[in-house]
Design a protein around this ligand. Structure first.
Ligand SMILES: [Zn+2]
Length: 452
């Protein structure tokens, strides 16, 4: 567990003193830079899309993202091309490596044919590369990882890790939960009361996303719409509440929080927001009539959800000190369903667009920089450099140095090593580990159109 702030401050002071003594002594210090830097926080918002964000920023509807963008660097973040599923992309963001090298190639690993066929969601033993938090933690910095995809079973880090199955914690028996959903094991018990099950989402909470003046009101959510909203909201509430609880008193040097809801809500509700993706009302086709009635109630749901996501960014950043460096990113952007099936939008990866979001802000980040040509490969090298760790030569991305202030770039020169290796798993996992929540996970993947 992390040290408390004042102990850390005194260690920082000692290191600073040591640096001063070295400089006074005429030596060129080769030690990692900037032990006195503030904490780094990474907020991963799955599926966040500039074409939704920009008009909302102009209307003043996303104050927390607006403030980060204003005082920092931002721009599109190119995703993997051809399109990949989110587990693949988030693992690239974490490792700086392409899918064929990091080992996570989809949502599920398929095996066997016909009656023998089974598909198991990828699990963390399949990683074949180190995450940036493994490297940064290995250099003695404390890390806290919450909800990142494909981190079940949670592995040993220099700090804590809450895997992406946190919201499904009740599906694990006490022993399994402690040993696999969190590291260290004892954390599972501490966070269990914070987990929101999707069934616990109230009508009042859902009404916050729906036009209640409309004819259908909450009835516009009947069926899969309601399940999608419940899952998105309860998942995000869980991630944020767990983050607030674990990061507040004992803040790690590096915190990462993954927030999924925007993507799930975009898959299901984009069609109501975007008139170009809706078929015309045809009285002989009841589905189009229903869609038009639902649209009156749900037209703003995606935007309301972005407001909620922005508020969550605010809730999390509120606990961080002013000298924190913040990175907000998404794994891909989003667009309309495009193709229209049996009265319903076609869902799945086809709804993702290739340009996601990157926003950086903090004392070492230059104000008002527009990032150009940034890709998901650049996140790990950039974070490693900001934390004073070396970039590996086998990472294809680059450090987004154009976002750094001159003095920050000088104190955080890019250093290289050959490789950060196969990571804590040793790269020898051949098959995913089955979990007690696999059926639920598969059901969710099917409802999003990700798997058959
Ligand atoms: Zn998606």
């Amino acid at each position: 567990m992390a040290r408390t702030r004042h102990v850390k401050a005194s260690i920082a002071a000692t290191l600073l003193l040591a640096t001063v003594l070295l400089v006074v002594g005429g030596c060129q210090s080769a030690s990692p830079p900037a032990a006195e830097d503030g904490p780094i926080v990474v907020l991963g918002i799955d599926g966040a899309e500039w074409s939704v964000i920009r008009p909302m920023l102009e209307r003043g509807e996303l104050p927390n993202l607006a403030s980060l963008i204003e005082r920092g660097a931002s721009g599109p973040l190119r995703s993997l091309d051809p399109r990949q599923g989110s587990p693949v992309i988030w693992t690239t963001i974490a490792t700086g490596k392409p899918p064929e090298e990091h080992g996570i190639s989809g949502f599920v690993k398929e095996k066997g044919a016909a009656a023998e066929f089974h598909n198991t969601p990828f699990s963390s033993n399949m990683w074949r590369a180190s995450a940036f938090w493994d490297v940064i933690g290995g250099a003695g910095r404390e890390v806290g990882i919450i909800g990142w995809l494909v981190t079940w079973p949670a592995w040993e880090v220099n700090g804590f890790m809450v895997s992406q199955y946190v919201q499904r914690l009740s599906g694990f028996t006490g022993e399994e939960a402690g040993g696999s959903v969190t590291f260290p094991a004892g954390l599972a018990e501490r966070i269990a009361p914070l987990v929101r099950e999707s069934g616990s989402v109230t009508a009042e909470e859902m009404a916050g996303f729906v036009n209640m003046e409309s004819e259908l009101g909450l009835r516009s959510l009947e069926g899969q719409n309601e399940e999608a909203l419940r899952r998105a909201f309860s998942g995000d509430e869980t991630a944020v509440t767990v983050a607030l609880s674990l990061l507040a008193d004992e803040m790690p040097d590096l915190s990462c929080v993954y927030i999924r809801g925007v993507d799930e809500v975009s898959h299901r509700f984009w069609v109501y927001m975007d008139p170009e993706t809706r078929p015309p009302v045809d009285l002989s086709k009841p589905a189009t009539v229903l869609l038009s009635r639902q649209t009156e109630a749900l037209v703003d749901l995606v935007r309301e959800y972005y407001r909620y996501a922005d508020a969550n960014v605010g809730r999390i950043l509120e606990i961080f000190p002013e000298d924190a460096t913040v990175l907000v990113c998404s794994d891909h952007g989003f667009r309309g369903p495009g193709v229209w099936g049996e009265g319903r939008p076609h869902m799945g990866i086809g709804q993702h667009s290739l340009d996601g979001v990157a926003i950086l802000a903090g004392p070492g980040i230059a104000r008002g920089v527009e990032l150009q040509g940034a890709t998901v490969y650049d996140i790990a090298p950039t974070l490693l450099t900001m934390a004073g760790s070396a970039v590996a030569k086998d990472m294809p991305g680059r450090v987004l140095e154009e976002a750094f202030t001159t003095s920050f770039a000088r104190s955080h020169r890019v250093r290289y090593v050959e490789t950060h290796g196969a990571g804590p798993h040793g790269g020898d996992g051949d098959e995913p580990i089955e979990s007690p929540v696999d059926d639920e996970v598969r059901e969710q993947l099917r409802s999003l159109g990700y798997i058959e």
